[in-house]
Design a binder for this molecule. Structure first.
Ligand code: RNT
Ligand code: ZN
Length: 420
């Protein structure tokens, strides 16, 4: 027995004492797939032109660490490396701006499934499934701060057409992979200062979305999700697509609600929303992220927000109805390192949640013994989660935590540092 196995044997016994089966917890962790965002690899730049970069939309990437993926080959190479560093089998989430346009300028209202055949074939070869997002930022027609709720019907028409085409692309992906592609819609629309036409803007958004979603597409191929936001840089006073707007929209139109952890008031507990929303919709999409004072999209770490999220996913019994999308981007450190730490930590938080003695905790609660509930949840926090996690990584043929720094450094040395 090596150290990882020895530590696991002790952890298994220790967890057993509090009523937790570590093997069963690892088995449960194998099931869900993360929908891993492609945009951590190139700072949300995409491939529309050789010098594309993220602009507008109130989202921002900071940092200029060397080694960013400059083209589709490099991005795929980095994602493949990432998938080797993350235990389990996962999906890859693309944005419309990541199509392969063969050096031509193809505007957003003209993109087609053909621009994504490279990705579809790559995904099939790699055995991963794809999710998709329409892209309503980094474009001249988004510069005013409005897209689907723009005052000019011509501009709205352009973005509605983009959304329709993205749904078709999503359906092509879903069909090819034999599993529905989740097509997520997030728009930046909003204002720096107080508008007087809030009602009209939201009416426009409702109309644009209805038009965009008018065509019924097979649910086994594509399902649409809508992502709300509270504020962004340059949209501090007003965001058209607020939480209330999209929650009501999704419930009334049978769409998936997307909850991004950075899109709420900093004191709101995002995990608490799961059990409310899932009373009324069959499925939920999460954008797992880490806001730091604002929607800063920091790399996900093991903080209370993430732990609570994992716990709620497990405690609600509805984890299978929740899509686990990642959404963070840090350009100030090694991007593969950022990606792998965020993805692995998300899984580790789920493992921690599966390592709860749920039956015992619920029994204490039912008996009104809230002291015992408190004491046991506190005890759980210092049980040997890391030993179970490392063993899980080992069984999945991925580095254990102590091997990650070196694995990332090696890739930096052989590959990323040569990108100059
Ligand atoms: C922006 C939203 C959105 C984007 C990605 C790139 O605030 O969170 O999901 O981060 O689509
Ligand atoms: Zn998001």
């Amino acid at each position: 027995m090596d150290k990882v196995e020895q530590a696991y044997a002790v952890a298994k016994e220790r967890y057993g004492e509090v009523g937790v089966d570590t093997d069963a917890a690892m088995e449960s962790l194998r099931r869900p797939s993360l929908s891993i965002h492609c945009w951590q690899g190139d700072d949300v730049a995409g491939f529309e032109s050789p010098d594309s970069e993220l602009s507008g939309g109130g989202i921002q990437v900071t940092g200029n660490y060397p080694g960013k993926a400059r083209n589709v080959e490099e991005l795929r190479m980095d994602i493949e490396k990432l998938l080797d560093l993350v235990p389990g089998s996962h999906r890859v989430n693309l944005h419309a701006s990541y199509g392969e346009f063969g050096g031509k300028r193809v505007d957003r209202d003209a993109i087609e499934p053909a621009h994504f055949t490279g990705w579809i074939e790559w995904a099939r070869r790699r055995g991963v499934k794809l999710d998709f997002n329409s892209t309503y930022f980094s474009h001249p027609l988004a510069e005013s701060g409005y897209t689907l709720a723009h005052g000019d019907p011509e501009v709205r028409k352009f973005w509605v057409e983009h959304g329709k085409r993205c749904r078709t692309i999503g359906a092509a992906m879903g069909k090819a992979q034999g599993d529905a592609c989740i097509h997520n819609v997030w728009i930046p629309d909003g204002e720096k200062d107080y508008p007087v036409t809030r009602y009209r803007r939201r009416e426009l958004l409702r109309e644009s979305l209805d038009e965009m979603f008018a065509e019924e597409l097979p649910a086994e191929e594509v399902k649409d999700a809508v992502e709300s936001k509270l504020f962004g840089i340059g949209s501090e006073a007003f965001v058209v697509g607020s939480h209330e707007f999209y929650l009501a929209y999704a419930v009334s139109r049978g769409k998936i609600v997307c909850i991004d952890m950075g899109h709420f008031h900093p004191t709101e507990v995002v995990a608490d929303k799961i059990s409310s929303i899932l009373q009324f919709v069959p499925e939920l999409l999460l954008h797992i992220s880490r806001p730091m004072r604002w929607d800063s999209d920091h790399v996900v770490i093991m903080n209370d927000d993430l732990r609570l999220l994992g716990e709620e996913l497990v405690r609600s019994g509805r984890i299978d109805d929740v899509r686990l999308g990642l959404d963070f981007f840090d350009a100030s450190i090694n991007r593969l390192g950022a990606w792998s730490v965020g993805a692995r930590t998300t899984l580790k938080a789920l493992l921690a949640a599966h390592l709860q003695p749920l039956a015992r905790l619920s029994r204490f609660e039912a008996e009104g013994n809230n002291f015992a509930r408190l004491a046991l949840t506190e005890e759980l926090k210092s049980l040997p989660l890391g030993a179970v996690w490392d063993y899980y990584c080992r069984t999945e043929d991925t580095p254990v935590d102590g091997e990650l720094i070196e694995a990332v450094a090696e890739y930096e040395c052989t590959t990323l540092s040569r990108r100059v």
